[in-house]
Design a protein. Structure first.
Length: 413
C-alpha cells in the first residue's frame, strides 16, 4: 500500500530539503516531493511540520534481539555491532523482523590470549550462548586464520584490538605485537573487509593509523589534541567513531553540563520507553578512568572534525550491568548526538554522523538517506533537530523498512 507523509520538514541525511512530501511503498521510498498520490487506498500521514529523518545508525554496539527492539523504539533502525557471538540464523531473524533494528556485525575481534575484551567477557558470561569461547591470535598466521574464520561466519567487517587496559581499569592487558597486527589488517583487506581498530590512547591511535586501519572505534582519551596525530588521521582517510557516551561514563560523567547518562534517565521521552534495569544503568557510571579530562576529549573530536575526518555516531552500549553502565540502547545514540554538538559539530553535522556518513563508510547503500529507491527506514520527530539537537528525542513515529512501529508502548517495569 502507498503511504504519503505530507507537511514534513525533510532532512535527507545531508541537508533539509525544500520538498515536504514523501511517498513510500513496499518498504522503499518511491518519491520525495511532488503531488500526493491520487490512489484512493493510499494512507496519508500529516506530519504537521514535524521533522522527517532517515532511520538512525548506531555505529558501535554490542547487542541481541531484545536490545535491537529497544533501539528501534528510539528511531535507531540499524546497529553496527563491534564484537560478540552471532549466527547466520540470528542474522536472518533480524533481517526479517520489522520490530527490531537491523544488524551488521564484526564477530569476535582479533586479540591476543586474555587480551581485551576478555576482562569484560568473564563478567558477563551469562549473556552468551553456552560453549562460546573467545578466539585469539598470537602470531601473524593465527591472525590471518582468525580473520578468515570470521569471514566464513559471515561478518561484515573486522575488529582489531589495540588495548593495554589502563582506561578500562585493567592495566597490563596483553596486546598484539605489531607483525600480528599488520597481518590482521592485511587479511581483512584481502577479504574485502574494513579493518577497524579498538583504541583509547594516542599511542594506540598512531599504531592503528600506521597499520592502515580504515576506522578507529573510540578516540584517544589520554591526551589533549596532538596536532601531528590529528593530521595523520585525516591524511589516512580513516573514520572515527568517538563513542563519547562511553567515555563520559568511564570518566564518571565528569565534564561539561549535559553530558551525563543520568540526565537521560530524568527525561520522560526516554524513561517512558525503558524498563527499570536500563534506567538503573543510565544512573550508574562505569568510573574506570575518572582521572581523564572530558573537555580534552571533546577538543580531540572537534579537532578531528575540523581536519576533515569523518565522524560517526556510536555509543558502545551493551548490556544493563553495573560495570558497563551509563548507557541504554537507542536512547544513548541521541545522547551521543548531543555530545558531538558539544564537541563542535553543528546539529546538522551530528545528524549526518548517524545517517549518511555511517551508511557511506560501511557501504550501506540502501539506507542513511531519504531518496527514491532507499529503504523506508524513517524517524518522525517533533521540533527541529537540525537546529536543536535534543529534539531528536521527541519521537512521534518510526518506520523500519516501511513498517510503521505502532503502538510503541512502554515495557514492563
Amino acid at each position: 500500500m502507498l503511504t504519503a507523509i505530507v507537511n514534513a520538514r525533510i532532512f535527507d541525511g545531508e541537508q533539509v530539503l525544500s520538498e515536504q512530501t514523501l511517498v513510500l511503498e513496499d518498504g522503499f521510498i518511491v518519491s520525495v516531493g511532488g503531488a500526493v498520490p491520487a490512489n484512493a487506498s493510499a494512507s496519508i500521514i500529516d506530519a504537521g511540520g514535524a521533522t522527517l529523518l532517515p532511520g538512525l545508525i548506531d555505529a558501535h554496539t554490542h547487542t541481541a534481539p531484545p536490545l535491537l527492539r529497544q533501539a528501534l523504539l528510539f528511531g535507531v533502525t540499524t546497529e553496527l555491532e563491534m564484537g560478540g557471538p552471532k549466527s547466520a540464523s540470528l542474522r536472518r531473524l533480524v533481517a526479517e523482523s520489522d520490530d527490531m533494528a537491523d544488524l551488521r556485525w564484526a564477530g569476535f575481534g582479533v586479540t591476543p590470549p586474555l587480551g581485551h575484551p576478555h576482562e569484560l567477557l568473564v563478567l558477563i558470561e551469562d549473556v552468551f550462548p553456552p560453549g562460546v569461547v573467545e578466539p585469539s591470535a598470537s602470531t601473524p598466521d593465527e591472525a590471518r586464520a582468525l580473520v578468515a574464520d570470521n569471514v566464513r561466519q559471515g561478518v561484515d567487517y573486522i575488529k582489531i584490538m589495540i588495548e593495554e587496559g589502563t582506561v578500562m581499569n585493567h592495566p597490563g592487558l596483553p596486546m598484539l605485537d605489531n607483525d600480528t597486527l599488520l597481518a590482521a589488517v592485511q587479511a581483512a583487506h584481502d577479504h574485502g573487509k574494513l579493518a577497524i581498530a579498538h583504541i583509547h590512547t594516542a599511542q594506540a591511535a598512531r599504531q592503528a593509523i600506521d597499520a592502515g586501519m580504515d576506522g578507529l572505534a573510540h578516540v584517544y582519551i589520554d591526551q589533549p589534541p596532538v596536532a601531528e596525530l590529528i593530521c595523520a588521521v585525516a591524511a589516512s582517510g580513516a573514520f572515527v567513531v568517538p563513542t563519547l557516551t562511553l567515555i563520559a561514563t568511564m570518566m564518571g560523567n565528569a565534564g561539561r553540563t549535559g553530558n551525563t547518562g543520568s540526565r537521560l534517565a530524568e527525561d520522560e521521552r526516554v524513561t517512558s520507553k525503558l524498563a527499570a534495569p536500563w534506567i538503573d544503568s543510565l544512573n550508574t557510571p562505569m568510573n574506570t578512568y575518572t582521572q581523564g579530562h572530558f573537555d580534552d576529549v571533546l577538543a580531540v573530536v572537534g579537532a578531528l572534525h575540523q581536519a576533515g575526518v569523518d565522524i560517526l555516531a556510536g555509543t558502545d552500549v551493551s548490556y544493563p550491568v553495573s560495570h558497563l553502565g551509563g548507557m541504554a540502547h537507542g536512547a544513548s545514540l541521541h545522547h551521543e548526538l548531543q555530545l558531538l554538538v558539544a564537541a563542535g559539530l553543528t546539529p546538522t553535522e551530528a545528524l549526518r554522523s548517524a545517517t549518511s556518513t555511517p551508511a557511506r563508510r560501511f557501504n550501506l547503500n540502501d539506507r542513511g538517506r531519504i531518496a527514491p529507491g532507499r529503504r523506508a527506514d524513517l524517524l518522525l520527530v517533533d521540533g527541529d533537530p537540525t537546529t536543536t539537537i535534543s529534539d531528536s528525542l521527541s519521537i512521534r513515529e518510526v518506520w523500519r523498512r516501511g513498517v510503521r512501529l505502532t503502538p510503541q508502548g512502554a515495557p514492563p517495569r
